[in-house]
Design a protein around this ligand. Structure first.
Ligand SMILES: Cc1cc2nc3c(=O)[nH]c(=O)nc-3n(C[C@H](O)[C@H](O)[C@H](O)COP(=O)(O)O)c2cc1C
Length: 209
């Protein structure tokens, strides 16, 4: 296996067959999400992992009538924080201290830098925080392909309704994107055997010399 083969194997899976994804494979995908970079290392999002059929059906009926939501094995819901509070920064700095132990002077300087950066992002805080989630989504898609687990990013859902079903607002969170994980239903998925539609490289890349 190599990366390009993995990426050619993956596609936006439109129908899944309900087969369970083994936990070891799910764990690899979750670890890849956790290893994704985020601006300033803030990692200001959460990922809900939903296996429960009743809850998946509720989301299908109430917020996202796309079949993969109920046919998948695990439904990942990526949700961003809606604010970066002083308390959140405290816990982030505790984490840096515990994991990397960079020393008090470094921590103070870095905190100042983050507080400054947050002021700069104040106007578009939600957009900026949301961008971070998409990087993790990309890592998850690649990891899933490497594990030969099918997936599909899903943005076509009613965010307000999903937030209400999962009570996200109360938790200071807002849903961004979904990622059903599972296995393709080859007989019913019109997208399973379609050729990839991608630009020729010369329409995408501009080499500056
Ligand atoms: C952020 C994002 C949101 C998407 N939302 C949906 C969606 O709601 N439903 C769906 O079936 N596919 C969705 N897609 C899949 C894209 O349509 C698909 O990735 C694109 O057409 C390229 O095809 P491929 O992934 O099969 O190579 C989404 C993809 C991305 C990256």
């Amino acid at each position: 296996m190599n990366l390009i083969e993995d990426l050619k194997w993956r596609y936006a899976c439109k129908r899944m067959n309900g087969t369970k994804v083994p936990q070891e494979k799910v764990n690899v995908i979750l670890e890849a999400i956790n290893l994704a970079p985020t601006s300033l290392g803030l990692g200001a999002f959460k990922v809900f992992i939903i296996e429960n059929d009743e809850l998946k059906n509720k989301i299908f009926e109430g917020a996202c009538p796309q079949p993969q939501v109920k046919e998948c094995s695990h439904l990942l819901v990526f949700a961003t924080r809606t604010q970066i509070t002083g308390r959140y920064l405290d816990s982030y700095f505790d984490l840096i201290d515990r994991k990397a132990n960079p020393g008090k002077a470094w921590l103070e300087k870095y905190r100042g830098k983050i507080e400054q950066a947050l002021k700069g992002h104040y106007e578009d805080l939600q957009a900026w925080l949301t961008h971070q989630v998409y990087i993790a989504l990309g890592f998850a898609c690649v990891a899933a392909a490497e594990q030969r687990v099918d997936s599909v990013p899903v943005e076509g859902f009613d965010k307000a309704k999903l937030d209400s079903i999962l009570k996200l607002t109360e938790q200071g969170l807002a849903s961004v994107v979904l990622l059903p994980l599972g296995y393709r239903d080859e007989d019913n998925d019109w997208n399973a055997k379609r050729n990839k539609v991608r630009k020729d490289p010369d329409r995408l890349f501009i080499e500056l010399k």
